[in-house]
Design a protein around this ligand. Structure first.
Ligand code: SF4
Length: 218
């Protein structure tokens, strides 16, 4: 049984695949926060701005089998038979649920499988693009990935702390205000400047901006 908050087609907004059309599959639940505001102060990860609780989002639900979920996800690819269909498995923490059977079922539907994980759980075989986004205070157990994406700055999680992870690409994503400010976010602007300065000093890191927020898409 797979529990999914929402499924929707959009453009990937961040990192190495930014601008690419993808179907997002947001799994319910995370191992670093319950998702309830009342618990935020005691969560390991405190800056989350995503609703991953339950299955009541757009096209969400519970799916009895890998094949059922894979067919559901594939049905949202906007132009059947065209492009390089991609599913981005996100959350919450997708590796609480994503298993080899589901990866295989996605592949059978012609979908490449990208995953965005906090890196605290082992990744099943077969993932086509693995993006690890470490969180302070949570031990990362994945040591090889395609993309490392660090929200910056994070007390207790410096970019150098992840030098031991082998990644094709390394991105800093400026920390936004935890209060989800609409429009102007001076804190994010400051953090963007800090991230740019860090990249200039450490050019193997690149800046990742949240393109989807800048252009106003989900
Ligand atoms: S690890 Fe990701 S999904 Fe989980 S609470 Fe943190 S930002 Fe949210």
């Amino acid at each position: 049984m797979y529990r999914v908050k929402e499924v929707f087609p959009t453009l990937q907004g961040e990192g190495a695949q930014a601008g690419r059309v993808a179907v997002f599959c947001r799994f319910s639940k995370c191992n670093l926060w319950t998702g309830r505001e009342a618990d935020r102060h005691r969560a390991v990860c405190q800056f989350c701005d995503t609703d991953f609780v339950g299955t009541d989002g757009q096209n969400g639900g519970t799916f009895a089998s890998a094949g059922e979920l894979a067919r559901h996800v594939a049905s949202f690819w906007p132009t059947p038979g065209q492009g390089r269909p991609l599913v981005v498995c996100t959350g919450g923490e997708p590796l609480l649920q994503l298993d080899e059977a589901l990866i295989e079922a996605f592949h059978e539907q012609g979908l490449e499988v990208a995953v965005e994980t906090n890196g605290t759980l082992p990744a099943p075989a077969g993932i086509d693009w693995l993006c690890v986004s470490p969180k302070a205070g949570a031990q990362v157990v994945i040591d090889v990935c395609d993309e490392l994406k660090l929200v910056y700055p994070q007390q207790g999680a410096s970019p150098e702390d992840y030098d031991g992870i082998r990644a094709r690409e390394r991105f800093l994503s400026p920390m936004a205000s935890p209060y989800g400010l609409a429009g102007e976010d001076p804190e994010k602007q400051r953090n963007t400047r800090l991230a740019i300065d860090y990249c200039l000093q450490h050019p193997r890191w690149r800046l990742s901006v949240q393109m989807h927020k800048i252009v106003g898409i989900d």
